[in-house]
Design a binder for this molecule. Sequence first.
Ligand SMILES: Nc1ncnc2c1ncn2[C@@H]1O[C@H](COP(=O)(O)OP(=O)(O)O)[C@@H](O)[C@H]1O
Ligand SMILES: Nc1ncnc2c1ncn2[C@H]1C[C@H](O)[C@@H](COP(=O)(O)OP(=O)(O)O)O1
Ligand SMILES: [Mg+2]
Length: 190
Amino acid sequence: GEMIVLLMSGGPGSGKGTQCEKIVAKYGYTHLSSGDLLRAEVASGSERGKQLQATMQKGELVPLDTVLEMIKEAMIAKADVSKGYLIDGYPREVKQGEEFEKKIGAPALLLYVDAKAETMVKRLMKRGETSGRADDNEETIKKRLDLYYKATEPVIAYYEKSGIVRKVSRNTDRNMLIQSNITSVLSLTP
Ligand SMILES: Nc1ncnc2c1ncn2[C@@H]1O[C@H](COP(=O)(O)OP(=O)(O)O)[C@@H](O)[C@H]1O
Ligand SMILES: Nc1ncnc2c1ncn2[C@H]1C[C@H](O)[C@@H](COP(=O)(O)OP(=O)(O)O)O1
Ligand SMILES: [Mg+2]
């Protein structure tokens, strides 16, 4: 049947990646992180990678067509073994959501992680000590946060209209996974 697509949204350092790991461990979905795909392209040393690196270092959005194409290719590459996709870090603006629906299909759920700005900054500054990421520094973190509030939070309102938004429970430790109503959807086998 139609392949299920879940979207994971949230600010920089909100815990998208961490919650995705837990969902994958429990439900076996294919986790595709837009940031990870982009960093792999940067690491490849390609000309395109060099352009992407400059943009990411400033905490700005890379071109829509580039990131959408990379996600689409990654989905196709896993299509025959995947139970469904958990896409992390895309869409980051409403236009990306619209393009995704045109070119790939409608998501089943938009999951989002809610965290205070100060929590996100604190986590990213800490992650920056070991991540080696060019964007985990104070100046770029600020840009990423501003961009999140300006461009990405409206994505949640966009999907609210189709009633598919589910908030991942705020939790102090990392064990809490997700609200039961999400579980009921996720346990659907495609
Ligand atoms: N959907 C996207 N559209 C445009 N740029 C993106 C997208 N996803 C990731 N990027 C770029 O990659 C950077 C890192 O993304 P990501 O790893 O998802 O950040 P985090 O997990 O820290 O929120 C972003 O700051 C942005 O520059
Ligand atoms: N519930 C939680 N409590 C404490 N730290 C957390 C947490 N969830 C994530 N973290 C840490 C792990 C990372 O070093 C940092 C960012 O987490 P992440 O999952 O990489 O977020 P994102 O992918 O949204 O940037 O915060
Ligand atoms: Mg992440």
